[in-house]
Every structure is written in structure tokens, then in C-alpha cells.
Design a protein around this ligand. Structure first.
Ligand code: GDP
Ligand code: IMO
Ligand code: MG
Length: 422
């Protein structure tokens, strides 16, 4: 049975939530493997819109089991809020949500340190959800994990030790008010009451399920160019959204993965700081943002918008091993007379042979464009590939050829019905 990975191919917000919701109809299990509540995955069903931050986007299909893997960093407050929103909307979570015992917990000091760091000269434009500081503690081997919620004494001790250290930093380095240890212990013991029921040995569960013939969809958050190793460092997130992260973040071995599906927006967006060679400014950028309603699903920040970058997506194809892609938001480009596609980067009069993830190098590149004609008509109700205008087909063929993958799905609107499968 299929074990497929969904990855964002650009800088996040490619429409992963919508595509996971579409595909999860055919899968038994959907797994989030990295990131945290920095993600905002939108699923629109009829007039109802759900924005999922931690719970996999498969939760809206009643037969799907949803799993939060060890690679995810969990803010219990965000998780409980999300469960509440879903339950209020009549979505049954009971028996359908499993959380890895090895996932790390976001603590109040992680969010505080995230916001303090954003007020320094090394600002990244983070989502402020405490992601970076939580992964710092994970790799420093100081983190508090979901499993710690199961033992009150262990939890209290770990919180005490951590807060003592953080209070030192807060007071001596940042001159900020110290945190209240007992209040935080009380708050986390309270979370424990609700979260205990979901705690699972996820690698064993997933491997048994695969051996029994169950199919699994691994849902990446963020995107390839936000990967801490392969992205535009330091303007990245602190985890591995790329396909390699799906194995380490879930406990499913690479030999069990059958395919990697790239989610590719028909143009490019980015939130936060960092290089963006095909960015559009002024009126042109504003028009694209308006047409695509490009505002962050987590923070509401306006997203930076620009032309499709095939040089970037080709790099993303290589890093992730993408063979098939879902193209999203094609309908957004329908207002344009002409559409540009970046096919290469030039620096000092020379074409680059490989993608430059070094930020200083990236700041100096010039995109090389090819211009294609627009189709100038509404395609948001098209159900079959054959019915797309010739210029839209030409655009799809051009970007898939330049980026090196086959297209398996085209999205022409936020709803389930606005999807063309090939
Ligand atoms: P994710 O983080 O990758 O899941 O993407 P987001 O949910 O942050 O952003 C994608 C936005 O585009 C959401 O508002 C979706 O409802 C919307 N969307 C998804 N697919 C399409 C599409 O094909 N056309 C249009 N117009 N909107 C889409
Ligand atoms: P989804 O899953 C777009 C960006 C932030 C910032 C950088 C680091 O919805 O695609 P962080 O809070 O992770 O430390 O911020 O990463 N970022 C995202 N951009 N979509 C996301 O998630 C993002 N999650 C983080 O804007 O530039
Ligand atoms: Mg998003």
C-alpha cells in the first residue's frame, strides 16, 4: 500500500492543506512530521473554512486516523484550541488522533525567547510561535517531551530546571521579568489531563499499520526553501520540511516510502524576511497578492508575491525526489495578459549551474525570464484538463518541463470541487 510524502516545493503556503484533504480520501492514516503551530493549512469544504496548525489535514475525512509525529513541536494550548474548534464544528476526534510520545513541547519561554530574538538585528520574521527556541532545546537535549506529561514528578522537575536556566538568561541577558515556575507547572499538569489519551508509541503504530497493508500520507509543513539544511539559511524554519524529514520525524524508514508528491503554487510567495529573486513590488505585487488572497493563515501577515521560479522548483524536485506534482492556484493567474517564468539565475553575467542557497550569493542573482501569454478567462469551474484554455495548458506544460516533474493534479480554487485530476 502507498506511503506517500507531501512536500511544499517553495517557501510554504503552496496549498498543502487543500491537497492533503483531497488525497486523504484514499489513505488510512495522515501524519504530520515536523514544524508546529507555525503552519497554517487551510481546507475549505463548501462554505466552511478550517485552518489547521498542528492536527493533520486528514482530520476532516471521518475514516482517517491522524498522527502527530516525533518531529513536530507541540504547543499544548494551540493543540487544545484546535481540538475545540474541530469539535465545535462537529468533527469527531475520538480515537482518531495519536500523538508521539517523543514529540517536544513548546513552553511559554520558547515563545518569549522567539519574540525577544525577533527584536534583535538577527530578525528572521518568524511566526512567533516559539518554534526555533523549542528545537534549540531539543538539540541541546534539554527539551520537555510529550512522554514527560505522563509522570508528574518528572514533569515538575524538568520544568523547574529549564525555567531556572531560562530565567537566568531572561534576567541577565535580556533584562526581562522572570517566569513564574509554579504557574507554568500548574498549566502543563492541566494539559496533561486532556493530552494523555492521545499519547502513542507512533513508530511502532505506523510500522505495524504499514505491514498490515494500511496506506499512509505524510504531510509536510512549511516548504523546501524554508528547510534548515536545504533552504535559504538563516531565513528558514528550524526543522526539515523536505522529504528526508518525513522519515526522521515519523519513524517510518526510507525503504517504506513509495512516492513523494510536490505541492507547487503556480507562482511564488514568501512570508517573513529573506531573499526572493522573482519577487514583484509595487502595483504588480499588490495585484497578485489581491488575486491570490495572499495573507498568512497563521499570522495574517501579507505574503510577498512573485513570478513562478522554475530554477527554484527544479532544485526542490532534486532535494525531495519529487516525481509528481500538484499545481495549485492556477486560477489566480487568470487576470494576467502575460506571465513570466524564471528559468535560470544569472550572476556577474554568468548563468548559475546549481541553486545558490547561500544568502549572500542569492542577494546578487538576477532571474532570467521567459514570457508566456496569459489566458484571460475564469478557469475556476473547469473540471477536466481538456477544457482548460490552450494558453493555460501551455503554461502548465512549460513549468512542468522546466521544473522536471509530471503534473498529477491541478487546483483551480480553494474548494474540494475545484480540482482537476490527471
Ligand atoms: P498551506 O500552508 O500550504 O496549506 O497553504 P495555506 O492554507 O497557508 O494557503 C493556501 C491558500 O490558498 C488558502 O487560503 C487556500 O484556501 C487557498 N487555495 C488553495 N488552493 C487554491 C487554488 O487552487 N486556488 C485558489 N484561488 N486558492 C487556493
Ligand atoms: P505552512 O505549513 C510560510 C516562515 C516564517 C519565517 C520563517 C521562520 O503554512 O506552509 P518560524 O516561526 O518557523 O521560526 O519562522 O519561516 N514560515 C512559514 N512561511 N508557511 C509556513 O507554514 C511557515 N512556517 C514558518 O514566516 O520566515
Ligand atoms: Mg500555510
Amino acid at each position: 500500500m502507498a506511503v506517500s510524502i507531501i512536500v511544499g516545493s517553495q517557501w510554504g503556503d503552496e496549498g498543502k492543506g487543500k491537497i492533503v484533504d483531497i488525497l486523504s480520501e484514499r489513505y488510512n492514516i495522515v501524519v504530520r512530521y515536523q514544524g508546529g503551530a507555525n503552519a497554517g493549512h487551510t481546507v475549505q469544504i463548501g462554505d466552511q473554512q478550517f485552518i489547521l496548525h498542528l492536527i493533520p489535514s486528514g482530520i476532516l475525512r471521518e475514516n482517517v486516523i491522524c498522527v502527530i509525529g516525533n518531529g513536530v513541536v507541540i504547543d499544548p494550548k494551540a493543540l487544545l484550541d484546535e481540538i475545540q474548534v474541530l469539535e465545535k464544528a462537529g468533527i469527531n476526534i475520538n480515537g482518531r488522533l495519536l500523538i508521539s510520545q517523543n514529540a517536544h513541547l513548546i513552553m511559554p519561554y520558547h515563545k518569549l525567547l522567539d519574540s525577544i530574538s525577533e527584536n534583535t538585528s538577527t530578525k528572521i520574521g518568524t511566526t512567533g510561535r516559539g518554534i526555533g527556541p523549542c528545537y534549540i532545546d531539543k538539540y541541546a537535549r534539554k527539551g520537555i517531551r510529550i512522554v514527560d506529561l505522563l509522570d508528574k514528578t518528572v514533569l515538575e522537575e524538568k520544568i523547574k530546571v529549564n525555567i531556572e536556566e531560562k530565567n537566568n538568561i531572561l534576567k541577565k541577558v535580556y533584562n526581562v521579568e522572570e517566569l513564574d515556575v509554579s504557574g507554568i507547572i500548574k498549566e502543563y499538569l492541566e494539559f496533561d489531563k486532556t493530552i494523555d489519551q492521545y499519547i502513542t508509541d507512533v513508530p511502532t503504530y505506523l510500522n505495524n499499520a504499514i505491514n498490515e497493508g494500511k496506506s499512509v500520507l505524510l504531510e509536510g509543513a512549511q516548504g523546501t526553501l524554508l528547510d534548515v539544511d536545504h533552504g535559504t539559511y538563516p531565513f528558514v524554519t528550524s526543522s526539515n520540511p523536505t522529504s528526508g524529514g518525513a522519515c526522521t520525524g515519523s519513524g517510518i524508514p526510507p525503504t517504506k516510502i513509495s512516492s513523494v508528491i510536490g505541492i507547487v503554487k503556480a507562482y511564488t510567495t514568501r512570508v517573513g524576511l529573506g531573499p526572493f529573486p522573482t519577487e514583484l513590488f509595487g502595483n504588480e505585487g499588490e495585484k497578485l497578492r489581491e488575486a491570490g488572497v495572499e495573507f498568512g493563515a497563521t499570522t495574517g501577515r501579507p505574503r510577498r508575491c512573485g513570478w513562478f521560479d522554475a530554477f527554484l522548483v527544479n532544485y526542490s524536485r532534486m532535494i525531495n525526489g519529487i516525481e509528481r506534482a500538484a499545481i495549485t492556484k492556477l486560477d489566480v493567474l487568470s487576470y494576467l495578459d502575460e506571465i513570466k517564468v524564471c528559468v535560470a539565475y544569472e550572476s556577474n553575467g554568468k548563468l548559475l549551474k546549481s541553486y545558490p542557497t547561500d544568502v549572500n550569493k542569492m542577494m546578487q542573482v538576477q532571474p532570467v525570464y521567459e514570457t508566456l501569454p496569459g489566458w484571460k478567462c475564469d478557469i475556476s469551474n473547469v473540471k477536466h484538463f481538456e477544457d482548460l484554455p490552450a494558453n493555460a495548458k501551455e503554461y502548465l506544460s512549460f513549468i512542468s518541463h522546466q521544473s522536471g516533474f509530471e503534473i498529477s493534479l491541478i487546483s483551480v480554487g480553494p474548494r474540494r470541487s475545484q480540482t482537476i485530476e490527471l
